[in-house]
Ligand binder design. Sequence first.
Ligand code: HEC
Length: 200
Amino acid sequence: MHPGRCLALAAMAMFAVAPAVSAAPPPPGATIPAFAAPPPKGTPFQYPAEMTQAQSDYVEHCGGCHGIHGYAAPADLPTIGGRVGWFMCLPEGRSYLARLPNIARSRITDNEQLADLMNFMVFGLGGGTAPATAKPFTADEVAKERVIPFTSVSLIQTRKLIVEKLIKSCGAPASLRLMYPGEVKPVKTTARRGFGSKAE
Ligand code: HEC
């Protein structure tokens, strides 16, 4: 199908089911209906005419998968736009972001440059979802975390625990349980089994 048409259909489907969305988690084993999650918070980030280094780093290294505004649809990849800032509410949420395989093992070897990219991601693309008190990532913090990247097993389990805490203690929306709106099967993770297992 033409991608434009696909997007239009997706938008229509989302609109059609939006009023029926409830905050309650689906019962275990239930199939999550397509487009069950409400759209993320706020309007997409607007890039300035002259991008900062961190912005162009994000576009180059991450935008191909996650979309330059942090919305990957119609690809089945995690949504970043208007919600990634929630992870900044807890120390383990910050650590989760820095240990993600595509961040920890980024081709950007300079930790300060990677911290800048991540700060643009959470405070820029996150669209106001980071708590006002959240401190930016530093080069030291990124350096410590990126040497213990997740395995596929640890990533999914750790994310689950963190997201439940974010919903309970930080007021994050229940839709954060899904990696992207309408997720019906788990995201095929890019993390490899056994890699970084010394951290488990
Ligand atoms: C090859 C495609 C790809 C690239 C490139 C990529 N990611 Fe990801 N990203 C994924 C996948 C797949 C996941 C799901 C977890 C996993 O396997 O890493 C993910 C998960 C995430 C998450 C977690 C979202 C959540 O809700 O749990 C964040 C944040 C993220 N990526 C940011 C980035 C950043 C920043 C970069 C660039 C440095 C990047 N990604 C590059 C595919 C990609």
